[in-house]
Design a protein around this ligand. Structure first.
Ligand SMILES: C[S@@+](CC[C@H](N)C(=O)[O-])C[C@H]1O[C@@H](n2cnc3c(N)ncnc32)[C@H](O)[C@@H]1O
Length: 355
């Protein structure tokens, strides 16, 4: 079938991802696997223990936790299971003091998550909420002690730009994900967007994740004064991320899973936007974040097999991407295991936001 006409990436993502996630027949973990999918994975364990430590320092009668983009509930299940485990170890009761809200724009996802969590004994603690991150509506809770999110923002509509010398181009895509550059005046970007595109290397396609930025800002305004917002996703932040040659980078920036399109997060853009709005942010590789809790989480076997499995959404378009040679990690030591069993984890970042 011939590829269709070119459109901005945001138009493709809005159209495809809504249809994909809202379909009752979608089974996301048949199409890709997220870092959260292993219910007792390292990331969820680290996040639950980080919250446990925070709660020890912030005694309250109850705690409000919000998760957005919940999938089939794996990230929530890992967190609630680990928090209960930390409570048992420390003689605390934070897990029974939680009000845990799962927000997603897909009713089928919410229903699957609810069923799974109820089956595991957490039905009494959770609430589900239909909520679209691209048109965020108010919550009945005005503030949250913890907002957590794994691999949602890379699914929100974003647009892509590239600088060639002094010239700016918009990168549009056909239905086969083939990019084509269209000249664009610099004035089409905001001042800070233009500054960022000028500061980053030429010839690299750069996502400007505006819907993600707006959703993150909206959510950040719903943090309790001492609250934390933990964002786990993949994208780029460090100079060394640009070690990949531009042509390979450009072919793997947007990936397809079944019919769903996902794009890297520009953490430089996100953290600069949050700083402009006076929020504090910290961005670190997920491996570094998880490493802090390695001892407490080591009761779980951190097998290379599990870590590889948990990474595969970033790895590319599943089998299709591997076949096409478009996986961003190709040619890098992405899967190498260090002496202590924690693997190299390039492109997976944790961004913490604080008021
Ligand atoms: C890649 S899955 C991640 C699921 C889960 N966090 C995990 O790690 O396994 C993305 C999730 O975000 C949800 N999502 C995508 N776009 C959304 C939007 N605009 N508003 C709210 N949820 C959205 C999808 O329905 C899906 O549940």
């Amino acid at each position: 079938m011939a590829a269709s006409k070119l459109k901005p990436l945001s138009a493709w993502m809005a159209e495809r991802n809504s249809a994909y996630y809202k379909s009752a027949s979608t089974s996301i973990y048949d199409d890709f696997e997220t870092y959260a999918q292993s219910p007792k994975g390292l990331l969820t364990c680290a996040n639950a223990n980080a919250f446990h430590q925070w709660a020890l320092l912030h005694p309250q009668d109850s705690y409000n936790v919000l998760e957005t983009g919940v999938g089939e509930g794996a990230f929530a299940l890992g967190f609630l299971t680990e928090l209960a485990e930390a409570d048992r170890e420390h003689g605390t009761q934070f897990s029974s003091m939680l009000r845990y809200t799962l927000a997603d724009f897909s009713i089928p996802m919410l229903e699957k998550a609810k069923t799974r969590l109820a089956r595991e004994g957490f039905g009494g603690q959770i609430e589900i909420l239909e909520w679209d991150a691209t048109h965020p509506t108010e919550f009945s809770n005005s503030s949250f002690d913890l907002i957590r999110c794994n691999e949602l923002f890379s699914d929100l509509p974003a647009d892509v730009y590239v600088r060639s010398g002094e010239d700016l181009f918009s990168v549009n895509y056909d239905s086969d994900l083939q990019p084509q550059q269209v000249p664009l005046p610099w004035e089409a970007l905001s001042r800070s967007e233009a500054d960022l595109v000028r500061a980053l290397p030429a010839d690299y396609h750069l996502p400007i994740n505006r819907a993600a930025k707006n959703a993150i800002l909206f959510l950040s305004h719903h943090l309790a004064p001492e609250g934390r917002f933990d964002i786990f996703d993949y994208g780029f932040y460090r100079a060394e991320d640009f070690v990949i040659p531009a042509d390979m980078w450009n072919l793997s920036l947007v990936r397809e899973f079944n019919s769903q399109w996902t794009v890297d997060l520009n953490f430089l853009y996100l953290s600069a936007s949050l700083a402009e709005a006076k929020f504090r942010t910290r961005v670190e590789p997920q491996a570094e974040y998880a490493e802090i809790y390695r001892d407490v989480c080591s009761r779980q076997p951190v097998s290379k097999k599990n870590m590889q499995k948990e990474k595969s959404k970033k790895d590319g378009k599943g089998e299709k991407a591997k076949k096409d040679g478009k996986a961003k990690n190709q040619g890098l030591d992405y899967d190498e295991e260090s002496e202590d069993g924690v693997e190299e984890d390039d492109f997976f970042y944790h961004m913490e936001v604080q008021p």
